[in-house]
Each structure stands twice: as C-alpha cells, then as structure tokens.
Design a protein around this ligand. Sequence first.
Ligand SMILES: Nc1ncnc2c1ncn2[C@@H]1O[C@H](COP(=O)(O)OP(=O)(O)OP(=O)(O)O)[C@@H](O)[C@H]1O
Length: 272
Amino acid sequence: MNKLIEVEQVSFAYEPGMNVLNQLSIAFAPGVTAVLGENGAGKTTLMKLLKGLLKPTAGRIKIGGRDTRQYSAAEIARHVGMIFQNPDEQIFKSSVLDEVMFGPLQIGQSPAEAKERALAALAALDLSDVEKENPYDLSYAARKRIGIASILAMNPEAIIFDEPTIAQDQQGLRRIGQIMSELKAEGKTVIAILHDMEFAARYCERIVLLARGGVIADGPPALVFANDDWLRQAGVKAPGLVRLGQALQLSQTTVTVEQFSQAFRTEKLRAD
Ligand SMILES: Nc1ncnc2c1ncn2[C@@H]1O[C@H](COP(=O)(O)OP(=O)(O)OP(=O)(O)O)[C@@H](O)[C@H]1O
C-alpha cells in the first residue's frame, strides 16, 4: 500500500491535559476512506492535523514520508486539500470563478493554468453557469460545491471532505459521489468525514470509526457495518440496507443496492 499520509502515535489537546486524540495511529493510501464517529469524536481535529492547521501535541504526521513539521503551509497545500464543513469559512472572493482560481494561483499555477483548472472543476460540479455570480447570491448547497471546486482546481494528491453531503439534494449527492469515484480512479487519496451512512456505504471502500480519541475499527464497509459492538461504541448506525438485510436474516452483510438485491433474490425469492 502506497501510504501518502501516516499518522504515528498522535495525541492532541486544545487545552493542556484534555486530550481530544490519544496516541492515534493510522495511514491513508489512494482510495476513498470514510471517517465516522459521533459529534465531538475528534474527526475534524484529526483532519486539521493532516492538513497542518494544527500541530500534534505528541507523535508525528508524515506526508510522502516527511514530517509535516518540516513543511510550510503552502507546501502542505500542494499535497493535501481540505474542504471545510462550512463553506463560508473558505469563500471570500466576489465571483465564483475568482474564488475557485484563488487556490491554484496561491500555489504557483499561472493565471492561464489556474483558469483552465477552475473552469474544469466548476463544470465537474455543475457550476459552469454561475461562474460570474457572487457566491453569496447562491444557495448554501451551491457554496458547498464551490468549496469542493476550489480544492479540486488545486489538484492535490489527498483531498479531505468534511461533511460534503450536508444540504445536498439527490443530484448534488450523486455529483459528489461521482467526483470521489473519479478522484479514486485518478489515484488520489480521498478522506471524507460523513454522517450519511448510505453515502459512506455506497462510495467508500474503507470505513474508519473514531471514538474516545482513537480508531476503534478500520476495514471495508461490509466488515465494519456488520459489527454492532463497534457501531455502538462509535455512536454510529448501520446503513438502512445493512439493517434490512439483517432483519431478513440474509447470510451476508449487504451494503449496496446491488448486493442486497442479489442476496435477496438468491436467498429469499428462490427459497419460496
Ligand atoms: N478550537 C477548539 N477549542 C477547544 N476545543 C475544541 C476546539 N475545536 C474542537 N474542540 C473540542 O474537541 C473535541 C473534538 O471536536 P471535533 O470537532 O474534532 O469533533 P468531530 O468528531 O469533528 O465532531 P462533529 O461531528 O460535531 O464535527 C470536542 O469536544 C470539541 O468540543
């Protein structure tokens, strides 16, 4: 596994003696990983550490094999992009195109390259027709997609999504899921904090459960969502399809519609 990001025995406290993360170790490689856990579990704190916005109280984080303490913020930005939960923490330009070009210009792309990348990112997020608008004249859901486009335009190797599905309708959800799948196909490392278990089951190949400042489970959705004990400890509910499969006593854990319908047809319809 080509580990782009390695977290080694990291602890972090906002206030002395009050650890939010406790000697947490985990690595992130290309692919799509969901990080799940109840409010206050430390998910956003971990992501801010990966992005270099916070520094570990103990332990270290390596990007591409190098300790993040040796990187400047601009250097980290070339490797790791983070899309904040609240887009309004990220957006400050008065046109959508300027906003999405800002990041690429900051990391040294030429204006022509930055514009080309920004236009491609806006198209990927169904935002081409609003490129001249003021982001604050658009909906919150559109601003969330602008936040995503700004990071995609910088083309980092790792992209962190903090709650990307909030406020999105079905089309927005599909778009964001497709983008994650495309990023995976390009060999990017995608990490998403999610509260939407259906979305996590559908688009993520790895599920990490955080609780009490540490990782309590880490594996494919069918493994993690089948373990009620882990889910209870993390304060997370299995996706509806998993629970339906369990209620019907299917022999395997079904995390997608395709898996469910196949298992249901084989085990239930044929049995009748
Ligand atoms: N800037 C801060 N100063 C002090 N404490 C903080 C700060 N930010 C977060 N915390 C505390 O750290 C803990 C972990 O917060 P964090 O935001 O990382 O959790 P989370 O798992 O992302 O939660 P949520 O799902 O609600 O976003 C919480 O108890 C929170 O109150």
